[in-house]
Design a protein around this ligand. Structure first.
Ligand code: F6R
Length: 242
């Protein structure tokens, strides 16, 4: 694991953008694995700024997202589809058919998991997977106890995850109880992984990820066994590692 400790969220976002932009320059048709949530927003803004200044092209990039809530139509303002369109796909003008996110409102969620796993397989390997981390150590929506070998599946969200994400919804009752997520096994097949973490709320999970026992109770701890992981972490998130 390569650990890069930075001052704050802004520096984390800039460093991550440098790595991602370099990857896109080296391989304009790279497959990027993408995350939602607050953590990658600064990174995505940096990519948009760089594209405006330097004209980096994303027209040949292919993307696969980690997860989607079950029960929200894709047009819902809180769906990860809407999040990605607003924060990244539209501003970078990535062609629609190059972007992939699980569908959270089909009639058969199990079939959707199979379909999504096959899409990921058909793209070959994910060249660079961006990850945030939950304060309970989840990656994607693989909550504590998720199998290290799992592929795309339905997950019951932990109450703490629903509480953490309630800030985006009108009330906690509106936060979906389930999601479709790439499995830890799927994530581990990526060629390279870039995990970002900022703020005190992530400090315990980061300590476990870097120094803890490798256990399904802390899903991110499996990253210790991946051959090409970089963690960019700000001082607050790194504070329990010193
Ligand atoms: C989002 C995802 C989650 C988040 C994690 C942290 O696609 O897969 O693992 O990365 O819940 O969320 P934030 O960044 O909002 O703290």
């Amino acid at each position: 694991m390569k650990i890069i400790v930075v001052e704050d969220y802004q520096e984390m976002s800039k460093k991550a953008a440098e790595i991602l932009i370099k990857k896109v320059h080296e391989n304009p048709s790279a497959v990027l694995g993408l995350a939602t949530g607050s953590t990658p927003v600064g990174l995505y803004n940096e990519l948009i700024e760089d594209r405006q200044k330097n004209g980096t092209s994303y027209k040949d990039i292919r993307t696969v997202n980690l997860d989607e809530y079950i029960g929200l139509p894709k047009e819902d303002k809180n769906s990860y589809f809407t999040f990605m369109c607003e924060h990244l796909f539209k501003p970078l003008e990535i062609p629609n058919d190059h972007t992939h996110i699980p569908k959270g409102n089909t009639t058969d969620h199990l079939e959707e998991c199979d379909r999504y796993e096959k899409i990921i397989e058909s793209l070959g390997q994910v060249d660079l997977q961006i990850l945030g981390i939950g304060s309970n150590g989840h990656i994607g929506f693989n909550e504590p106890g998720s199998s290290f070998t799992g592929n795309t599946h339905i997950i019951d969200l932990k109450e703490s995850t629903r509480q953490a994400n309630a800030r985006f919804f009108e009330s906690i009752d509106d936060v979906p109880k389930q999601a479709i997520t790439m499995g830890v096994g799927t994530i581990m097949k990526s060629r390279e992984i870039l995990l970002l973490a900022s703020g005190k709320a992530k400090a315990e999970a980061i300590r476990g990820t870097i120094h803890g026992e490798i256990t399904e109770e802390l899903p991110a701890s499996i990253l210790q066994t991946h051959p090409n992981v970089t963690i960019i972490v700000d001082k607050e998130a790194y504070s329990l590692c010193e």
